[in-house]
Design a protein around this ligand. Structure first.
Ligand SMILES: Cc1cc2nc3c(=O)[nH]c(=O)nc-3n(C[C@H](O)[C@H](O)[C@H](O)COP(=O)(O)OP(=O)(O)OC[C@H]3O[C@@H](n4cnc5c(N)ncnc54)[C@H](O)[C@@H]3O)c2cc1C
Length: 475
């Protein structure tokens, strides 16, 4: 009887799971599949991971374990170095192959390389599959076969490629009884405790979110997506991050509803799918340029000085805690702390504020977001931060600096988002949320006055970038 391992990584679902389906096919009708998750064994603080995402991971694993049991399988939990644990498990069970879906980030890639070496040494087949994206790093390329560094032509090629259909739901799985499993991971295993009201984890909850979105809001996504007080986006980012839903399922569901919609609705669907393409654009960039995690994508800005806001050594802490005195920025940071999620428009506003008003290094914000976000995705987060800092691929040019007050007028003119997240501002007038107080005094008890003058800091940003550019031109 043939035995194979399926290693769950960021693909916690039993529907349309490429490697799991391949593992079952390889085991054959009388074979056995050993589904395993290897929990990491770090303890205490972690620069790139925090409680919201780990809690969502634990809940999603618990749900996956139930789903596997319902089809006759059993999720095995191990802890430690993934390659060493997989080697042990294959040895214990006599498994001849290990199946997994590829992870697009550099850490995942390095583990895959070690796994392949181990497999070659031990005579175990290692079978890695495309699953986290619709089109992987080498599919949407320029006519010369090179990597796109700009989004629009990339997306044209991406949309022009034939699309894979979602695979079936797995109905039956047979797992041997022998392998020992550790208990399902708990948040406390990492020395963490719950910190935010995260979305319901698990494959069923993710499918319901998709269903709710495509059965209504998707048709007005084009207009609603920029208004942070409205639930006008799909809120599927954590589900994509942990593979509770696949991008193929999303694409397919969106295309199915497109047919019955008027032109405006169809435009909304295209706008929505373009966001799925941004995700893949950033993934392929990071795959080809892993150095993005260390340095500015645009070489002009490498070695930039990020001196911080003069006279404010506490600027980063005030940004993190939502106490800058800029209501739209603070509302967003408090939404992040309370829910582990932040609206995309608000992510752009807060990221620009950190880099262009506080003059702090985008890497500080990038790491803070990774620790706080339930949907923290290395490629999209790096892409979003470098876009906002003006240093990235196809980024906002450095001189296009968002004004937090104008952004409020445009996207939260009635202060609905601001008041939801900043209770101190519940009773202040709308007009006081839309511009800096003329007397520079706090607008409500317990809420600070703006910590800076946006126009002055905008000028300073222009100076810093211009000076760096001139230095580069001279050297
Ligand atoms: C500074 C900054 C940091 C970000 N960090 C992350 C992150 O860690 N993880 C993450 O998933 N997204 C990140 N984004 C992108 C975006 O903000 C979120 O994907 C989006 O807000 C998630 O909400 P949603 O699922 O309702 O999105 P929707 O608007 O419904 O979009 C659907 C899906 O498309 C993808 N998507 C949407 N916008 C973008 C984008 N600009 N770039 C890449 N993919 C996108 C996401 O997977 C999202 O779930 C970041 C953006 C910025 C500006």
């Amino acid at each position: 009887m043939k035995r194979v391992v399926h290693w769950f990584r960021r693909d916690f679902r039993i529907t349309d799971n490429t490697a799991l389906s391949a593992a079952i096919a390889a085991a054959g009708s009388d074979g056995e599949v050993i589904p395993v998750y290897v929990a990491s064994d770090w303890k205490g603080s972690h620069e790139w991971t925090g409680p919201a995402r780990q809690e969502f991971l634990c809940g999603s694993l618990a749900s996956l374990a139930k789903n596997l049991e319902a089809i006759g399988g059993r999720l095995i939990i191990r802890r430690g170095d993934a390659v060493a644990e997989l080697e042990k498990l294959a040895g214990e069970t006599g498994a001849t192959a290990i199946f997994a879906n590829r992870d697009p980030d550099p850490f995942g890639r390095s583990v895959e390389a070690r796994l392949e070496t181990m497999g070659a040494e031990r005579g175990i087949t290692v079978s890695l599959h495309k699953d986290a994206c619709i089109h992987e790093r080498d599919e949407a390329l320029t006519g010369q076969g090179t990597v796109f560094r700009v989004f629009t032509p990339y997306s044209k090629v991406w949309f022009g490629l034939p699309k894979p259909m979602p695979g079936p739901a797995i109905r039956k799985l047979s797992t041997p009884s022998a392998p020992v499993s550790l208990p399902l991971p708990q948040l406390s295993d990492w020395g963490l405790s719950p910190a935010a009201a995260i979305p319901e984890p698990g494959e069923r909850a993710a499918r319901e979110r998709l269903k709710a979105f495509v059965s209504g809001p998707i048709a007005s996504y084009g207009d609603a997506r920029d208004i942070p007080s409205v639930a006008g986006t799909s809120q599927l980012s954590q589900d994509l991050r942990f593979g509770l839903i696949s991008p193929r399922q999303i694409y397919d569901a969106a295309k199915k509803v497109e047919e019955g919609l008027p032109p405006e609705g169809r435009k909304s669907i295209m706008k929505y799918l373009a966001e799925i393409v941004w995700r893949e654009f950033y993934m392929q960039l990071l795959w080809h340029y892993p150095e993005l995690l260390e340095q500015e994508f645009n070489s002009t800005w490498r070695g930039m000085e990020w001196p911080g806001l003069k006279g404010h050594p506490d600027a980063f802490e005030r940004w993190c805690f939502g106490m800058t005195g800029f209501p739209i920025v603070d509302a967003a940071m408090r939404q992040l702390a309370a829910t582990g999620w932040m609206h995309n428009r608000a992510r752009m506003i807060t990221a620009m504020f950190l880099t262009k008003d506080l003059h702090l290094d985008w890497r500080l914000g990038e790491a803070f977001f990774m620790r706080s976000l339930v949907d923290g995705e290395i490629a999209s987060n790096n892409g979003g931060w470098q876009w906002s800092a003006g240093t990235g691929a196809d980024a906002a040019p450095y001189f296009r600096i968002q004004n937090p007050w104008s952004q409020t007028k445009r996207y939260d003119p009635e202060g609905l988002y601001i008041r939801r997240w900043i209770p101190e501002l519940k009773n202040v007038s709308n007009s006081s949320l839309l511009e800096a107080p003329s007397d520079g005094r706090p607008i409500a008890p317990g809420y600070p006055a703006p910590m800076l003058d946006h126009a002055a800091e905008r000028d300073r940003t222009m100076e810093l970038f211009a000076r760096h550019k001139a230095l580069g031109a001279r050297s």
